[in-house]
Design a protein around this ligand. Structure first.
Ligand code: 4HQ
Length: 221
């Protein structure tokens, strides 16, 4: 899978090249290109934002640098183009399940008050929000989307991790423990060290149900 990220703040994306996704990029399973919109401005002072028509606080990202960036990267509109915005469809595991099947995503990140509406109308296929709160820009949203989608790319995670997780089953995850079996007198639940796999499975299912009822009763159908 290929993901191109368009932003005025390319340095914000260094976390994507750490840990699991970093390895996937190194191994060529996932291609992530971070593109500085400023490289596409025609303005001699490299200006990419301006004050809003009609007045109001803050700055709006200009359409031309965005247009030139997208037209040069994806002239035939082959990619699925997403704008991160609180107005968009809320990201969920279901939305991730759709996006993971795309071969090529372009993520446009607005900063300040966002982008000129014509950039969205002319170039964007879908607006996606990562939740009902306001961020300073779409960059963190884009990183959340890349992380959630990137882990489904073939070879990034092993199949067992994907099957065991929350939301796949519909319930939250059971607690996990590792060595030592006794930390300052607090012992790991005995069943987990019993070697009785049938009992372990029963315990985990009951713990999943317990935490889901407590914290996310809405997930129980
Ligand atoms: N913003 N999910 C404003 C978000 C956001 C969100 C991105 C703030 C766009 C202009 N992005 N800019 N919620 O709050 O993705």
């Amino acid at each position: 899978m290929r993901i191109d990220i368009l932003t005025l703040f390319p340095n914000m994306f260094t976390p994507l090249f750490e840990s699991i996704l970093g390895r996937a990029v190194k191994e060529g399973l996932l291609e992530i290109n971070v593109i500085n919109i400023r490289d596409y401005t025609l303005d001699k002072h490299l200006k990419c934002d301006d004050t809003p028509f009609g007045g109001g606080a803050g700055m709006v990202m200009m359409v031309e640098p965005i247009a030139r960036a997208i037209e040069s990267i994806d002239p035939n509109h082959s990619a699925k183009r997403i704008y991160l915005s609180p107005k968009g469809r809320t990201l969920s595991q279901k939305v991730v399940g759709e996006l993971k099947n795309e071969e090529w995503l372009i993520l446009l990140c607005g900063h300040y008050e966002g982008v000129d509406q014509r950039a969205i109308d002319l170039y964007i296929d879908e607006e996606v929000s990562i939740g009902d709160y306001v961020l300073t820009g779409g960059e963190l949203g884009a990183m959340v989307l890349v992380d959630a989608v990137g882990r489904y790319v073939d070879g990034v995670l092993n199949k067992d991790s994907l099957e065991e997780e929350s939301f796949a089953s519909g319930a939250l995850e059971y607690p996990q423990y590792t060595r030592p079996a006794d930390f300052r007198g607090i012992k790991v639940p005995e069943v987990l060290t019993s070697g009785n796999h049938k009992e372990i499975k029963k315990w985990r299912e009951s713990e999943s149900l317990k935490i889901t009822k407590k914290n996310r009763p809405d997930l129980i159908k």
